[in-house]
Structure formats: structure tokens, C-alpha cells
Write a protein that binds this ligand. Structure first.
Ligand code: GLN
Length: 481
């Protein structure tokens, strides 16, 4: 029977198994059929996976060297363009739309011989925290099917959680990779803004969006990051600062001592579950005992994070989503002989869901002449202050540790009724997107309610090497089993 533990082990297995990729594909396709009820995928590329696996098995037979992601079975969120495949952002407005080009991320995956198994369910246009804003319906958390998977990349998270692929891609504008990773008990990385090209990633808020990676091991996530990172002629915001994996022996890396800041007022926040507070606080104490330098610092701007995030992202979204008019893309409403504005209105009314409409309206409002200075300019100023503060923090510390989410996964239907409550729960994740720093959620803890939760680690911009090293150390030494 095929089983997957890490890409490295899988590659060792392939070295001795002539039809190894085909075996793996067969295993995952069957597993996906059995787990269809989780609703993690919007489409599975069955025939082409089988074909690609055969080709890769033949490549090995011919003695060709293995590319970095040879035969690795990857799922992608339904906001990442894959040529000649449907991409809908889980929205009715893109119903039936097929990508005409590959995103740079997909191009890189294919160049390294990955097998893309399918596209994953998500919140419409990546707006949400529960995967309940999807035209395909919600995704179930495989650990407790009455609970949400998290969002917006809920399908990508459950695809890894339930073992329906080896690794997956999501997108993270305000926590959409880290939060579902936390709810599902897996690893979720949001790289530095500018690390991975956004070319071919359907835009929500362009100055925040970043493709992120879900996996079960730090090495797998690091390897996929290495493949995806790097400058791109199609996205001028990507840096040419190279990401090189740290080759030092693992045991040396685990012995390194770090200076880490914990945010006191984040842990004292009224929204935090007491058990999450306790476990993260205890982690700080244990790290001190283990010889790391831990400081409790105060972060004055904490309460401004969520408002600034929602003002700026809705503003950007209102502009980005103006392109969906039912003429150039996707679905058209059936209105006869309507005048142009009425025609647009009919298409957008029928095509967008409630949350997307809410955000377009909020964004249009904060950008309107009468309110621009009161909201948009103020939020930009807060973003500047945050960046300054962040520079100061990383002059003194290697990393910041915080919870990822104030609570564990909630019941399906519980949060969706109260959008403000849902927005406020993004308190710990949006900071990294407002400032562009890399952040990761790693599954360290189990709550007495039976659900997992993670710790969130952040480092300075372009310092994913330290981020991954600290994560590896924490998982090796502090994971509760
Ligand atoms: N929950 C956040 C929001 O609704 C995060 C979304 C994201 O990262 N794509 O905006």
C-alpha cells in the first residue's frame, strides 16, 4: 500500500519503484473519491494525472535525473490559473471560465515535474474565514465534520489534512493560509510579500495577496517555496533576492538559540480562548528554559490592525473586481435589451455572492471623495506606522510568536451570521500582510475540545530561512502529541 510521509521519502521510494508515480496517483485518486463529501476540491484532473504519472515513470526508466518536485502530487486553490483548466474563484461570476495562460506558480510546478491533481474549494474571491462563502458550498473539517475548515483556502487545507494530496497551494491576503492550517492541524506558510509571483493569481487585494503553501513537514514546505520563489518578468513586485534552503545539519539548526518576542497585549486580548493563551504563554516559558531569549513586548497598534486591513483590502478589492462585468469574463445574466449600466448591474447582482458585494460596497465607500481621508488615508498611515514598528522589532529580535487565531475551528454556520465578529478574529494574522513579513502557522497544540491549534511565527522580510528553522525546532521539541 502506498503511503506518504515526506517528499524526500517519496523520492527514495520512487528510486526503487518503476511505476511509483502511477501508484501514487492511483492512491490519491481513489482516496479523493472516498472523501468527496469533504468538498475540498472543485475539480479533479483524473485523466491527465494518470497520463502525467506514466510519463514521469517513463522518464525515470530512461535514467533521467529527478527534478525537484518529480511526481509530487499537488492541489491548487481555485484562484490560481492553470492553462486550459477552469478557474472560478468559487464565484458564480466566473462560471465556465477557463484559464488562457499558466500562472507563474503553476509554470514552475510543472517545470519541476509536479503532478497537479485538482483545484480546491475556497471562499469566493478568497474573502472569508470559514469557506462558507463558496458557490460550491462549504468544506468540512476532516477532524470534525461539524466544524469549518477555516478560510479562505479551506479546500487546500483539508486536501492536505485528509491526505488527498502531498502538498497544496493557497493564497493569503490576511491569513487565508495560516488560519485554515491552524484549524486543520497542519503547516501553512505565507511567504514574504514579493517572494512568489502573483502573475495568474486572481487578485483580491494586490498589495496584500501572496501565494502560500500547506504541508505536513517543514522540509516539504521549504522545498516548494524554493521552487516557487524568484523574480518574474510578469510581476514587478517580486524580488530577486534568492531564497536558499539552509543546508546545515538538522541537529545543529535545532540547537541554535534565538531572541524571540511574544506580544503581551495579543495574549491578553479579550477575544482569546484561555487555553490558547495558556499554551502560547507556556511555550514562551519553556523556550526560556531551553536557553532562548524571550521577551514580552507591548504592541500599541494591535487594535488598529483589523480596521486598517479591512479598509485597505476592501478598497483594493473594489477596484480589482470591477473587471467582472459579465462581458469579458464568465457568466451573463439573461436580461433582454438592457441598457449598458443595467446590463452590468444585472450580471454583477447575479454573479457575486453576499460577502463579495459587501466588500465591494465597503471599498467603494472608503475610496469615495467625501470619506477618502477619513478612512483610506488614515489606514495607509497606520500601515506606515506598522512597517516602522516592524523594522524596530526585527532589529532586536529574530522572530515574533503569537497565536494564529483566537479560537479553534467553530461550528459550521456559527460565524457566518456575524461578519464583524468574523473580521475581528483575523486579529493575529493580518499584521504579516499589512507589513509584508513572512509568517507560518505550525500545529503544536491540541485543545481540550479535541481540535488542534497552532503557533504563529513571524520573521523579518525575506528571512524565511530563520522562519523555517525556528518552526522545525519548535515542532521537534514542543509539539504536543
Ligand atoms: N479572513 C480574511 C478575509 O476575509 C483573510 C482572507 C485571505 O487571506 N484571503 O479577508
Amino acid at each position: 500500500m502506498f503511503s506518504f510521509t515526506s517528499i524526500e521519502n517519496y523520492h527514495n521510494f520512487l528510486a526503487n519503484t518503476s511505476n511509483g508515480c502511477s501508484l501514487a496517483v492511483d492512491y490519491y485518486l481513489k482516496k479523493n473519491i472516498d472523501h468527496k463529501y469533504l468538498n475540498a476540491f472543485t475539480e479533479i484532473y483524473t485523466d491527465e494525472c494518470i497520463e502525467r504519472a506514466k510519463l514521469l515513470d517513463a522518464k525515470r526508466k530512461n535514467g533521467e535525473p529527478l527534478n525537484k518536485l518529480h511526481g509530487v502530487i499537488i492541489a491548487i486553490k481555485d484562484v490560481i490559473c492553470y492553462k486550459n483548466h477552469k478557474v472560478t474563484a468559487a464565484s458564480a461570476i466566473l462560471e465556465g471560465f477557463t484559464s488562457v495562460y499558466n500562472s507563474t506558480a503553476v509554470e514552475k510546478l510543472l517545470q519541476e515535474d509536479a503532478i497537479i491533481i485538482g483545484s480546491c474549494n475556497c471562499d469566493e474571491f478568497a474573502m472569508g474565514s470559514t469557506n462558507e462563502n463558496s458557490v460550491y458550498g462549504n468544506v468540512l473539517n476532516a477532524l470534525d465534520e461539524t466544524k469549518v475548515a477555516g478560510g479562505s483556502s479551506g479546500g487546500s487545507a483539508v486536501a492536505v489534512q485528509a491526505g488527498l494530496c502531498m502538498v497544496s497551494l493557497g493564497s493569503d491576503t490576511g491569513g487565508s493560509v495560516r488560519q485554515p492550517a491552524d484549524f486543520c492541524g497542519i503547516i501553512g506558510l505565507k511567504p514574504t510579500y514579493g517572494r512568489i509571483s502573483r502573475y495568474g493569481l486572481i487578485a483580491y487585494a494586490s498589495s496584500f495577496d501572496q501565494i502560500g503553501i500547506f504541508g505536513n513537514s517543514i522540509d516539504d514546505v521549504g522545498l516548494v517555496l524554493k521552487v516557487l520563489s524568484g523574480a518574474d518578468d510578469y510581476d514587478s513586485t517580486v524580488s530577486d533576492i534568492t531564497f536558499t534552503l539552509d543546508d546545515a545539519p538538522k541537529t545543529d539548526k535545532e540547537q541554535k538559540k534565538y531572541r524571540i518576542a511574544f506580544i503581551k497585549n495579543a495574549l491578553d486580548h479579550s477575544s482569546i480562548d484561555p487555553e490558547i493563551k495558556k499554551r502560547i504563554t507556556d511555550l514562551g516559558n519553556e523556550l526560556t528554559k531551553a536557553g532562548h531569549t524571550i521577551s514580552m513586548i507591548k504592541f500599541d497598534l494591535l487594535d488598529y490592525l483589523v480596521p486598517a486591513y479591512y479598509v485597505l483590502t476592501t478598497a483594493e478589492a473594489s477596484s480589482n473586481l470591477s473587471r467582472y462585468d459579465g462581458i469579458r469574463y464568465g457568466k451573463r445574466a439573461s436580461v433582454d435589451n438592457a441598457e449598458l449600466t443595467k446590463f452590468y448591474t444585472a450580471n454583477r447582482t447575479a454573479g457575486f455572492g453576499k460577502e463579495v458585494k459587501r466588500r465591494i460596497m465597503l471599498g467603494t465607500f472608503v475610496l469615495s471623495a467625501g470619506y477618502y481621508d477619513a478612512y483610506y488615508s488614515k489606514a495607509q498611515q497606520i500601515r506606515q506606522l506598522l512597517v516602522k514598528k516592524t523594522v524596530d522589532i526585527f532589529q532586536q529580535y529574530d522572530a515574533v510568536i503569537m497565536p494564529t487565531v483566537p479560537s479553534t475551528a467553530h461550528e459550521i454556520g456559527e460565524m457566518i451570521k456575524d461578519p464583524i465578529k468574523m473580521y475581528l478574529a483575523d486579529i493575529y494574522t493580518v499584521y504579516a500582510n499589512l507589513t509584508g513579513i513572512p509568517a507560518i502557522s505550525i500545529p503544536l497544540f491540541k485543545h481540550s475540545n479535541g481540535m488542534p491549534f497552532g503557533a504563529q511565527i513571524m520573521t523579518n522580510r525575506y528571512n524565511e530561512v530563520t522562519l523555517l528553522d525556528i518552526s522545525r525546532m519548535l515542532l521537534a521539541q514542543f509539539k504536543e502529541h
